[in-house]
Design a protein around this ligand. Structure first.
Ligand SMILES: [Zn+2]
Length: 64
């Protein structure tokens, strides 16, 4: 069964079954935004070097 958004492409239309390029793009962007929001809610902006840098500082402290 085909579903068409008929020019009103959106993530919602994609979830309703439309698979045109615009709806897929809207769905992809929608998913990215959700992922970013979730990530920011948990650990804000810098998930990578902060912990590592802190660990190195601790090692330097321990070597003094
Ligand atoms: Zn569509």
């Amino acid at each position: 069964m085909r579903v068409k958004c008929e020019g009103e492409s959106s993530a919602n239309q994609y979830s309703n079954g439309c698979r045109c390029a615009d709806c897929r793009e809207a769905w992809r962007v929608h998913g990215l935004e959700g992922a970013v929001k979730k990530r920011k809610g948990v650990r804000r902006d810098s998930p990578i070097p902060e912990h590592d840098a802190f660990t190195r500082e601790q090692i330097m402290e321990a070597r003094k």
